[in-house]
Design a protein around this ligand. Structure first.
Ligand SMILES: Cc1ncc(COP(=O)(O)O)c(C=O)c1O
Length: 385
């Protein structure tokens, strides 16, 4: 059987199914969401007059147990605004996990745009920090002028790079106690906090009682096309409105987008459970793959993100992902159809696959078939060498 790709891009001749596990950001709005968007009542939101946005903000604040919430264009802007509002004085500092999205994937926006210094703590495999290390990092700034002044601790829940790990409630409580002891605030990058809430079987407010502010993405597993919610105390949100405007995030008749956001919060939260189940099913199939090619800790698959490694048999994560994304000669005959599974080589020489609204249990089974096919083909090739 040759490894020559027949369809290196999207589908060519014959029937090819695409299972896109690159990220939960790839979801597309379905008919009900598009209808809600088309029918949304709108107004000028910079003047506070968009009724659909106002409604979404109220729904989010209530759901998160916060006084107020603000609709913002993206998770990155939402985190940046939080940093800008919490760290207002020159020389203010935030403490972040060294593997946090805020620290790694937001282009250093808090330094670049907000002028805020950050110091890092080591991110542990479950997304938490060592609290003693965290406390040692806290600087008070006064009276010794050498040091910055720590104002903010940022946590990420679920933790992206660590594979969708859910932060234990006891850890959050301990971080908050430490923050209160030293007069710091706690911001949660809760891009996927709804996944955490579903996995823990608690309302999001139970998680967020331990934080001062939170940023929640609507455009990931919840399936909205655009937008994040930043939530916190009323005076924090009033200042956030100013920062959002300065960053160019003041939108006008964006109720069209908020209508999708409303639906995502009201109707799509329960569906996250299915993504978690599918991710686990795929992880178990990796573990059971015969011959063994993968290393995966199934107990660490708590939500919709799966990170796994390949045994050291000469197949790199990028080669594996490339092979999963191609349909080779003979594949249709062996599997009944061509299957392209899109996933990404990831942090620390791993592969990342993410489940979302667009992936059904049947798609997951197709991805498993493809993974088994790729593994057996590769090992056949190794034996033949
Ligand atoms: C944990 C986390 N925070 C923040 C973001 C940023 O969200 P956005 O892509 O909407 O800027 C992401 C995006 O993947 C994320 O995974």
């Amino acid at each position: 059987m040759s490894n020559k790709p027949r369809f290196p891009g999207t589908s060519g001749a014959g029937s090819v199914r695409v299972v896109d596990l690159r990220s939960d950001t790839v979801t597309k709005p379905g008919p009900a969401m598009r209808r809600a968007m088309a029918e949304a009542e709108v107004g000028d939101d910079v003047m506070g007059e968009d009724p659909t946005i106002n409604e979404l903000q109220k729904i989010a604040a209530d759901m998160f147990g916060m006084e107020a919430a603000l609709f913002v264009p993206s998770g990155t802007m939402s985190n940046l605004i939080a940093v800008m509002v919490h760290c207002r004085e020159r020389g203010d500092e935030m403490i972040v996990g060294d593997l946090s999205h805020l620290h790694i994937y937001e282009q250093g926006g808090s330094a670049q745009l907000a002028g805020v210094h950050s110091t890092t703590v080591t991110t542990l495999p479950d997304g938490t920090f060592d609290l003693e290390q965290l406390e040692l990092k806290i600087c008070h700034g006064y009276p010794d002028p050498h040091y910055p002044r720590s104002c903010l601790i940022c946590v990420e829940n679920t933790h992206n790079i660590q594979g969708g790990r859910v932060l234990p409630l006891t850890f959050l409580q301990e971080v908050r106690t430490l923050a209160d002891k030293h007069g710091l605030s706690v911001h949660m990058d809760g891009a996927r906090v709804m996944n955490a809430a579903v996995a823990q079987g608690v309302p999001p407010s139970t998680i967020l009682q331990h934080t001062h502010t939170v940023s929640v993405c609507l455009s990931k597993g919840l399936g909205a096309p655009v937008g994040s919610m930043l939530a916190g105390p009323k005076n924090f949100i009033s200042q956030a409105v100013r920062c959002r405007k300065a960053l160019g995030g003041g939108m006008r008749q964006a109720g069209i987008l908020a209508a999708a956001g409303k639906l995502s919060l009201l109707e799509n939260v329960e569906k996250l459970q299915e993504d978690h189940r599918n991710a686990k099913t795929f992880a178990q199939a990796l573990l059971q793959c015969d011959p063994p090619l993968f290393i995966v800790d199934t107990a660490a698959v708590e939500t919709n993100i799966l990170c796994f490694h390949l045994q050291e048999l000469g197949l790199s994560p990028s080669e594996f992902c490339a092979r999963m994304g191609q349909v080779c000669e003979g594949e249709e005959a062996a599997l009944g159809q061509g299957i392209q599974v899109l996933m990404c080589p990831y942090f620390g020489n791993s592969v990342r696959a993410v489940w979302h609204l667009g992936i059904s249990p049947e798609d997951t089974q197709l991805a498993i078939q493809k993974m088994q096919f790729v593994a057996s083909q590769y090992l056949e090739k190794l034996r033949a060498q």
